[in-house]
Structure formats: C-alpha cells, structure tokens
Design a protein around this ligand. Structure first.
Ligand code: DSN
Length: 426
C-alpha cells in the first residue's frame, strides 16, 4: 500500500507547512498516536468491563476502566461511558437513552452555532424526535428568555446546551433553572470547550447538568472519539441514568468499542490532567483574543466567526487555503445564504497553539488573513444557483495560480517551519 503511505506523507507535509485554524482540529502527542496505532484495534469486546460478549478481554477491561477513571477525575463526574465512536452517536445515544422516539427535545439550531445532533431537521435527532430549536438574538447571543418561553410551550424531555460555532460562554446555571421549571433533563455538549472546562477557563457544567457529552479530539487533544459523562446531580435525579446511557450505546446504537481509541483517550486524559495542559489552554484563549481583536471580531473562548459577506464563506475558505491557511466556511447568525454557501468563516486557535504559537504570531496570521480578504474583495458568489458549482471550480483554479496568494503561502511555510508539528517532530 505504498500509495496510502505516500498520501499520509503528503498530508503530514500539508499539516507541517500550513496554518491550521479550524477550531475543532488539533494535534495529538506521539503517545496518543502510538496507542491509536496499536494492536488493540484487533480485539472485539462488545459489552462493558466484566460483562463482555467475547472472551479474552481481561486486558481490554483494564484499559477501559482506566479511561473511565481518568475522565471522571478530569471533569469531576461520577460515571463515564467511553465507547461512543464520536460526538454524533454520543448525542443520539443520550436522546435515545433519556427520551422515547417521538418525544420532544430542544437544542440550539445550526446557523446559530448549535450542532446537527442538537435536533436539526436533517439529522436523525431531528427526524426521530420532535425537535424544538432555539437561536440567538441580534447580538449573536443565546437569549435565555426565548429558551424559557420555548421550553414552557413545548415541555421537552431533554434540553441541550452546547456549541460548535458559538464564540461566547455558556450559562449552564441559567439553562438548569429552565430545565428544572419543566422537569427536563439537561444535557451539555462540551465537545468544543472540553479543554477549556478542564483548565478552568470556562465554567464547568458539572454542578448544573445531568449528563455531558464531549468529543475527545478537539481542545482535549485526544483521539477522534467521544465520551458520555454522568454527574452526581444527574444520578440524584435519576438513579438509572448511567444504565440508560450504557444500554443506549450498547446494545442500542453501537457494536464493539474501538479499543485502540479507548487506550488513546486514556493517554490523552492523563496528559490533560497535567499543569502543562492548563497552561496550553490558557494560551489558546489568549491567542484567540488577540486573533479576534486583530480581525475586528469577538470571542470569549477559542473560536470565532467572521462575517465575510453574503454567500462568500466558501470563496474565502478556498482563497485562504491557496495561501496555506485552513479555515472552514460557516453559517453565521441570521444567515442570509445557505450552509453550503454560507456567509462566514470559522477560525480558532487550538491547533496553532499546540504548535507553540503565541500572541505576536496571531498578529502576523491576522495580517495574512486580511491580505487574502483584500485580494478577493471583488469576487462574489453568482446569484444563479446553477452557475455556482462551475464558478467555484474556476475560482479554485484561479486562486491556485494567484501570485500574491502563492507568495503568502511561501511566507506561511517559512513561518510554520519554525514550529514543530506535535506527534511528528516531537
Ligand atoms: N465537525 C465538528 C466541528 O467542526 O465543530 C462538529 O461536529
């Protein structure tokens, strides 16, 4: 398979030479990579430690127990399921475990910064459940009065609080009061901010919510996977909560756990317990504040949204990529275009901070971004939908040949060359 290994080398070069600003991405350590690439991938182990449907799981049991113990220690929770393949099945399992299909759930809509699995109509969470969605106000912030009104009118069984593109802090206490007023479960999806919670730079949901989901590969800097955590508050409210979560994951939704991922999670959780991890996250937030200020936008966490003009998000993503800067096009609050041709880009600092970049570097990066925005200021997405695909193809080819973008790409390459790529260079 020399083709695949050759492609992996090419991807390594791409990661090394570029600036990774997608806020949900990060670089894991050598130890995490080693556990992930281990022979643990060979083993089947449906069930849970001590209760498996396959033999030969004594060691796998120890690995899973260690991962559970470490993640509970990290967050201060009382029970953990470390088997979800990723964030989407984790969220669906919470819905399936705590509510019956057809019942009402509530979460933030996608364009306001929520996730597909918080009840979007195109997601199974929106198809299997009657999903009520709240949004943000004119300032892009969650309006708890609106959330309360919707909750009172619709009596959801579960209320979700969480984000994928919301640059502000979450008010878990406010959500708890609303959930209590209607007797709903409160679930927090902290996939993006998990590292910030661990480091104490974002309030922890643990005192307020019943259940928490988080992916492990974003600010937590672990392998691609997810966990579901149960709080003491949740258990006090429903003593069967952990059992409901476990059966929703297996046999409800998934088969055998990915044991190599479980081991890599345990390695990452252990790393996240260190004081170095806390300093890393503090730097992520400091960097985000500088980058946002330089770009004339706001953030209270590690990510930010920049409005780049109606339907222009894809163009900006393509042009930045031609300059060696990776971001993702993203919808913005009160989006006037569509998720495929949105009006914003989303950026964040977790990955570049893992490479060791600091506040002064953010100023350089912002300057490059502004140069790229200036370079394409005269390009607009065609209004006619049937012209868009072809326009994007031609635009991509033009950007690849653009001398000013090529120059920035060279500057970016020279700059990133000074920073080791975690997992590869160190
Ligand atoms: N894809 C993730 C993100 O980028 O935020 C959410 O699933």
């Amino acid at each position: 398979m020399s083709k695949i290994f050759n492609l992996i080398e090419q991807e390594k070069e791409r990661q090394k030479n570029g600036l990774e600003l997608i806020p949900s991405e990060n670089y894991v350590s050598c130890d995490v990579l080693q556990a992930l690439g281990s022979i643990l991938t060979d083993k089947y182990s449906e069930g849970y430690p001590g209760r498996r449907y396959y033999g030969g799981n004594q060691i796998i049991d120890e690995i899973e127990k260690e991962a559970k113990e470490l993640v509970n220690k990290l967050f201060g929770t009382v029970y953990a399921n470390v088997q979800p393949y990723s964030g989407s099945p984790a969220n669906l399992a919470v819905d399936l475990g705590l509510a019956e299909p057809g019942s009402v759930i509530m979460g933030m809509n996608l364009v306001s910064g929520g996730h597909l699995t918080h009840g979007a109509p195109v997601s199974f969470t929106g198809k299997l459940f009657k999903a009520v969605q709240y949004g943000v106000d004119q300032n892009g912030r969650i309006d708890l009065d609106e959330v309360e009104k919707l909750a009172q009118e619709n009596s959801p069984k579960i209320i979700w609080v969480g984000l994928t593109a919301y640059p502000y802090k979450l008010d878990f206490k406010g959500f708890r009061e609303i959930a209590d007023s209607i007797g709903a479960y409160l679930a927090a999806d902290i996939s993006h901010i998990a590292g910030l919670v661990v480091a104490g730079v974002h309030e922890s949901p643990v005192p307020y919510v019943d259940v928490i989901t988080t992916t492990t590969h974003k600010t937590l800097r672990g392998p691609r996977g997810a966990v579901i955590l149960v709080t003491q508050k949740g258990l006090d409210r429903d003593p069967d909560l952990s059992k409901k979560i476990d059966s929703a994951i297996f046999p409800g939704l998934q088969g055998g756990p990915h044991n190599h991922t479980t081991a890599a999670m345990a390695v990452a959780f252990n790393e996240a317990l260190s004081s170095e991890f806390k300093s890393y996250i503090e730097q992520v937030v400091k960097n985000a504040q500088v980058l946002a200020a330089e770009l004339g936008i706001e953030t209270e966490n590690h990510l930010m949204l920049k409005n780049v003009g109606v339907g222009r998000g894809y163009l900006v993503e393509i042009a930045l990529e031609a300059a060696g800067i990776t971001v993702n096009k993203n919808t913005i609050p009160n989006e006037q275009s569509s998720p495929f041709y949105p009006s914003g880009i989303r950026l964040g600092t977790p990955a570049i901070t893992s490479r060791g970049m600091k506040e002064d570097d953010m100023k350089k990066i912002a300057a490059w971004i502004k140069q790229v925005l200036e370079e394409i200021k005269d390009y607009d997405l065609p209004k006619e939908q049937n012209q868009r695909a072809n326009f994007i193809k031609e635009f991509r080819a033009k950007m690849a040949e653009n001398e000013n973008l090529k120059k920035i790409k060279e500057e970016v390459k020279e700059f990133t060359g000074k920073y080791p790529l975690p997992g590869v260079d160190e």
